[in-house]
Design a protein around this ligand. Structure first.
Ligand SMILES: CC(C)(COP(=O)(O)OP(=O)(O)OC[C@H]1O[C@@H](n2cnc3c(N)ncnc32)[C@H](O)[C@@H]1OP(=O)(O)O)[C@@H](O)C(=O)NCCC(=O)NCCS
Length: 177
């Protein structure tokens, strides 16, 4: 981590950041990993309006001082009593420095405070960087049955990871690298 962790702030999304975040997406594959879309390049900033129109979506920016370094969402599914962390992305020049992990931790803190239920993340199985990013956090892979159920309506067979709250059992191994 280049800066002190205390210099990073998770703040509510501001629409002025939209174009910058979209410019971080460097390829069609990355777009798919980030938000499941294939229409690269995605340049229309109003896409955030459509995403945030859903009252169960809370969107955040991660700032380091005044610099924007990350974006992520917390989806609260009240009918299923579950939360999913989604659309996590770090500025390209800041990747590989631990910021993805820090951003995920901050999103988990918000999600835990909601006290809704289990906290999930989905990752494309080929996305080694993301799997490594989450590996050192307390995320554990879902059972095969659970993954099969979650993946039934999906176009991609995702790896599903569940946050394991502090003090709950022994920390099992994460996905292999
Ligand atoms: C996935 C993403 C959020 C991770 O953020 P990050 O800031 O790079 O993550 P971190 O630095 O916290 O951790 C990255 C880990 O991957 C490793 N890594 C870096 N580059 C890698 C690469 N090309 N391939 C595999 N692993 C890589 C790092 O070494 C680190 O692991 P380590 O600490 O065990 O060494 C970021 O790469 C990103 O924004 N990607 C595009 C959007 C995206 O795919 N989002 C969806 C995620 S489900």
């Amino acid at each position: 981590m280049r800066s002190d962790e205390s210099s990073f702030r998770l703040i509510p999304f501001r629409q002025e950041a939209a174009a910058k975040i979209l410019a971080w997406v460097g390829s069609r594959e990355e777009l798919g990993h980030w938000c499941g879309r294939t229409d690269y390049p995605l340049l229309d900033p109003s896409v955030f309006h459509s995403w945030h129109n859903d009252p169960e979506v809370a969107a955040f920016l991660l700032e380091d001082g005044r610099a924007l370094v990350g974006y992520g969402e917390v989806w609260s599914d009240h009918s299923e009593q579950e939360i999913e962390l989604a659309r996590i992305i770090v500025a390209p020049e800041m990747r590989g420095l631990g910021i993805g992990r820090l951003l995920t931790q901050r999103l988990v803190q918000f999600a835990e405070a909601c006290e809704l239920g289990p906290i999930w993340l989905r990752v494309a199985p080929s996305h080694q960087r993301a799997l490594r990013c989450y590996r050192k956090l307390r995320f554990v892979r879902a059972s095969e049955e659970r993954e099969a159920r979650f993946n039934a309506p999906q176009a991609v067979a995702y790896v599903w990871l569940r946050w394991r709250a502090a003090g709950v059992g022994v920390q099992p191994p994460m996905e292999p690298s």
